[in-house]
Design a protein. Structure first.
Length: 712
């Protein structure tokens, strides 16, 4: 039976979804199938954005409909019948999972009894311990209004009230987390809450583990609404601007009911400006100010009032070519201001900065290992794609390295960089003009303050790199002038940073070809001692394990020596990423059953591998089915250490390897991470030009781990 945890709060607007996300994120690192269940949803008509966001994050194939218990209306009609329905629907989800995170209600008055009490009653009937979320803020006024921090004593009293409800319903308390806590008093808050829960009796008279007590401080960007949230609140429409910028957080509001010269001094970074639609001179002035670079970068403009913009003004705006979102609403200024001030942020799918911030804060302030241990969750021998990705991030974080990203003009790279910095995966240098890179990051609502931004035309650095490159390529007749021109290319510039120790590794290729990315590495970084060729592998994360495929991207038709080199390098890469290497040298025949030039090449390569690395389990030639399937292996090679258990698959040529990895990726739903280059003195990795943000994050983590090995 799956282990479950019930997360509820003592009141509304506590930021419970942040805690739920953090718990799911922590459990997914070591548990293959973590599910999510929403005990009470608002409506069957309107989809629950929190549940959608969580389902987007878990690695279990569950539909939205499966994961909803009942609605608030169901509870109001018949609380007992609703409880029975919740238990029935939960059991169906539980059967598909190893652990289930149950999300409690949102405090919209489900009935005559206390809502916390009803949540505790549900938890008791589901057999799930309760994690209570306390709100560290005393009032729930407007998002931009004053909200007083609760004192430790007040939070201790709130804990007592919550415990009384939970105990009355015979539910078991698992942990108490104070969210949105006063950042200056976290230790005092934890002490006050712990003093209460330490005296609380367990339901059955004993408690196997102490109740966890943690506090997470408030973060501005978790409570601030996005521009899109405000647009929806106003029933507004996007008049112009970049739709991608609707995700930017709004941290201030300016009502522009005055002349432009009085509005401009009131602008603030991340503010949204409300402008009457008939004040076109203010609108145009704001667009100019935002693009000038001498005023704060605002999040957007709201044009309010039922006044269409004159065509001549629209024509002028088109000429300004501004990406700033401009939202139009028919509401008057007062109603617009009230709705904007009342809009609150929400942690929804697509809110990458909120997601990264929420997870990072949870990791920083909650002992996730203790949490998993208290739930009684043992580490699984199964490794899912999500689990492997988390392992990559953890290993990269363990000894942070400095990675250079040459493609600072690509939004995907900037978004990935923000995630890497927020999660503490690596230190970063981004190549590009600082004003352009940071300006675009601000527009996208990304926090890149911790990144270094360096121009590839920086005179001092270009001079340093040109002198070094000219020396390296002097045997090719390269002059200083030629070198100075070459090193301003971002791939060469980034590679020179790695070569001279200004960065530990480089990730590029989102906007450049593979050849453009790795050619400088061949010229400058060169291969490690004892390695004859640079090759590549893909880390193939299947449903329950991770395999290594090589070479699928670099060498078209390796000879026997090169094939052996690929095998040894691939085994070394596997070890570096925690995979026990058992190498299968693939061919169209197994053992001595076949002959021909292609089979003989693999046979010779296998012999070379055994000579160079006698400790390495290797088998070849061997067919894929005999290497991967224990039943086939038993029939074809019953005495082999590798057959049926291979973890490293070495393909005889690029045609076979490239097609096979893509077939497995598409047909088996595997996550293909790579290509990961191997054999270089220092790590340089190439991205697919179709890479997603998550792909870039993973590749940065992989490169950081390789850099750890290179410096060990």
């Amino acid at each position: 039976m799956a282990q479950s945890i019930y997360i509820t709060s003592t009141e509304g607007l506590s930021g419970k979804s942040t805690i739920v996300l953090g718990v799911i994120d922590a459990l997914t690192r070591s548990i293959p199938r973590v599910g999510v269940f929403r005990s009470i949803a608002r409506s069957t008509e309107e989809r629950d954005y929190v549940l959608e966001m969580l389902l987007d994050h878990v690695g279990v194939d569950l539909t939205y409909e499966e994961c909803v218990g009942v609605t608030y209306d169901d509870v109001r009609r018949d609380a007992d019948a609703a409880l029975s329905r919740i238990v029935e629907r939960f059991k169906a989800v539980e059967a598909k999972c190893d652990a289930v995170v149950i999300v409690g209600s949102d405090f919209t008055d489900v009935g005559t009894t206390s809502e916390l009490g009803y949540n505790a009653r549900i938890a008791a009937n589901l057999g799930a311990p309760v994690l209570v979320v306390l709100n560290g803020r005393a009032s729930q006024g407007d998002r931009l209004g004053v909200s007083d921090a609760r004192t430790p004593d007040q939070l201790g009293q709130l804990t007592e009230l919550a415990l009384a409800e939970i105990t009355h319903q015979r539910a078991e308390l698992f942990a108490v987390i104070t969210n949105r806590a006063d950042p200056q008093r976290l230790t005092e808050i934890n002490a006050a809450v712990r003093a209460v829960v330490s005296d609380a009796p367990a339901v059955d008279g004993h408690r196997e583990a102490p109740v966890g007590v943690w506090a997470i401080p408030e973060d501005l960007f978790l409570v601030a609404p996005a521009v899109r949230d405000i647009m929806l609140t106003l029933d507004g429409r996007l008049l112009s601007g970049d739709e991608a910028l609707l995700t930017r957080e709004v941290v201030d509001v300016v009502i522009a009911g005055m002349a432009l010269n009085n509005v401009l001094p009131r602008l603030a970074e991340g503010a949204i400006v409300v402008v009457p639609a008939d004040r076109t001179e203010v609108l145009l002035g704001l667009l100019l100010a935002n693009s000038s670079g001498t005023f704060p970068s605002i999040a957007g403009i709201i044009l309010n009032g039922p006044f269409p913009l004159p065509e001549v003004v629209q024509e002028l705006m088109a000429g300004l070519d501004s990406s700033l979102p401009i939202i139009q609403t028919d509401l008057d200024t007062y109603d617009t201001a009230v709705r904007v001030m009342g809009t609150r942020g929400r942690l929804a799918a697509g809110s990458q900065r909120r997601f990264d911030t929420a997870v990072a804060m949870f990791e920083q302030h909650v002992d996730t290992e203790e949490l998993a241990r208290a739930l009684g969750l043992a580490h699984s021998t199964v490794v899912t794609p999500l689990m492997f990705e988390y392992q990559l991030l953890e290993r990269a974080r363990h000894a942070r390295r400095h990675i250079v990203l040459p493609e600072g003009g690509d939004d995907r790279v900037l978004k990935a960089a923000a995630t890497v910095l927020a999660r503490g995966i690596a230190d970063l240098t981004i190549l590009g003009e600082e004003a352009d890179v940071r300006g675009r990051a601000v527009e996208l609502g990304l926090d890149l303050q911790a990144a270094r931004v360096l121009s590839p035309f920086d005179p001092e650095t270009v001079d340093l790199f040109a002198r070094e490159y000219a020396e390296l390529r002097r045997h090719k007749g390269v002059t200083y002038e030629q070198a100075a021109d070459t090193v301003t290319d971002v791939s060469y510039f980034g590679t020179m940073m790695v070569h001279l120790g200004l960065a530990d590794g480089m990730v590029s290729g989102a906007a450049h070809t593979t050849a453009h990315t790795i050619r400088p590495a061949f010229e400058i970084i060169k291969t490690r001692p004892g390695v004859s060729v640079v090759s590549s592998v893909f880390l193939m994360a299947l449903a329950d394990r991770v395999l290594v495929y090589g070479d699928c991207a670099v060498i078209p038709d390796p000879n026997a020596e090169q094939l052996a080199d690929i095998a040894v390098s691939s085994a070394s890469t596997a070890t570096q990423f925690g995979i026990d290497p058992r190498v299968a040298m693939l061919s169209y025949s197994t053992g001595e059953s076949g002959s021909g030039a292609d089979v003989d090449k693999v046979r010779s390569a296998t012999a070379i591998v055994r000579e160079r690395a006698p400790e390495l389990p290797v088998e070849g030639p061997i067919q894929y089915d005999a290497a991967a399937d224990a039943a086939v292996a038993k029939a074809k090679m019953p005495d082999s250490q590798v057959a049926g258990r291979a973890t490293v698959f070495v393909f005889p040529d690029l045609n076979t390897g490239n097609n096979t990895y893509k077939a497995v990726q598409r047909s088996a739903g595997a996550v293909a991470m790579g290509p990961v280059l191997q054999g270089l003195n220092k790590p340089i990795n190439d991205l697919s030009r179709g890479a997603l943000v998550d792909d870039i994050v993973n590749t940065i983590a992989i490169t950081a781990i390789q850099a750890q090995g290179a410096s060990a």
